[in-house]
Design a protein around this ligand. Sequence first.
Ligand code: HEM
Ligand code: CA
Length: 172
Amino acid sequence: ESSAPFGSTLPFQNAVTGEPLDWSMANEEGRDTPAVKEFFKTGHNPYTTIPKNCLTNFENVFLTSCSGCHGHLGEGKIGPGLNDNYWTYPAGKTDVGLFSIIYGGAQAQMGPHSDLELDQILQVMAWVRHLYKDGVADATWLTDDQKKSFKPYDEAADTEVKKTEDPAKCEA
Ligand code: HEM
Ligand code: CA
């Protein structure tokens, strides 16, 4: 159990056992991106506020690693829905908690996803937050400022965004 990246003292713990996460399992790649560094310092995922038209690659991580069990819109399948305001593990309502569930795993088929790069975990988290379809009041991972411009997930609008994707607009 090596210490947390960037000496973070945030409360990362296994969703089921409450044990501190085992950082020795972390993928060697993607550990020191600016986003990872900021996340371990602040506990907020900086990718959450990336413009919607820049999230395509994030969706690919979700489709590769998660949608088989959670559904392609996170609507739930053999694993629970991730796009609503009900959480088996309320920890998922914060970014530190959601990271901990993904990295450390939970029960049954929800194994640890520590094989993903830390940066990819932040990417997939941003995609999960993007898919969130319920009310802003329960979107506790957003700052008060971010809540002001929050819009619940809308599949029709999402398709529109992908058609008009313009990388030039990707600078946050
Ligand atoms: C639970 C995310 C991959 C099966 C969860 C929870 C989250 C999550 C946040 C907790 C939900 C809650 O508290 O309500 C993800 C993400 C994945 C992923 C982001 C990809 C990186 C998978 C895969 C499977 C799976 C590949 C199937 C092999 C499950 C199951 C649960 C669960 C069965 C319920 C576990 C329990 O209640 O303890 N997942 N998951 N997940 N997931 Fe995943
Ligand atoms: Ca849910």
